[in-house]
Write a protein that binds this ligand. Sequence first.
Ligand code: PGA
Length: 265
Amino acid sequence: MRKILIVGNWKMHLNASQASLLLHRLQERIPGRRDIEIVLAPSMLSLQPLSVQVDRRKFRLASQNAYWRDEGPFTGEVSFTMIRDLVSYAIVGHSERRHVFNEDLETIKNKMAAAVRNEIMPILCVGETKQDRDDGETKQVLHDQLMSALSNLTAGEVQDSVIAYEPVWAISDGSNYTEHIVAKPHQVAEAVNYIRRYVTDVFGEKAGKQVRVLYGGSTVPEIVSGFLDVEGVDGFLVGGASLNYQVFTDIIEAAWRWQRKGGKE
Ligand code: PGA
């Protein structure tokens, strides 16, 4: 029903030639398969050259960000309109955008609308901080982030979007993702269930069933099958581990193995 989706977020790593080499290595190792979708999100700088190099039977491209106005006097920004021919997806509202670059709910709402307006599928990131969780505010935070980000979209647009549950406390700080804390499957189950219920309540049964929901935060190959077992989880938004072609390939292979064994019953 919902296709497994694995997204590699390269963040602010790799210059254009390093990015090209990583794509080359991934293309050598990963066969094209119709039942799993793999998306790569390189830096803005590499999007254009990688869009020429990429084997579209295997991968699609995503931007990590873009500005919501289509054009104008906005020094330093790149709009969704400018990248619409290069990417299929755009990550919107990543916690690093929210917390390091102070993107507020209004900005993220505008970016969601801009992505959809430009026929780019948004990957909306939502998730609570450690403080929010300790305060028992996780659901409230998810509610506020979803309500605002999705408020300008139709049910059909939400249904085609992707929502990534990324608890901020589980996202690696870049030093060593293998040693970083990962969320527990029951915590992910609870949050993902909440997200899907919200979408169902506001946008209807069909949107709630079809929207794809990912987990993100220190993903490593070892957690893949256990997390895919969690009701409602359709894949991963992978940061640190996506920079290592062997580890990223292992993540994808773990998802294939899980699928071959029968997937979700
Ligand atoms: P991480 O990043 O896998 O390095 O924790 C995930 C993300 O920020 O999307």
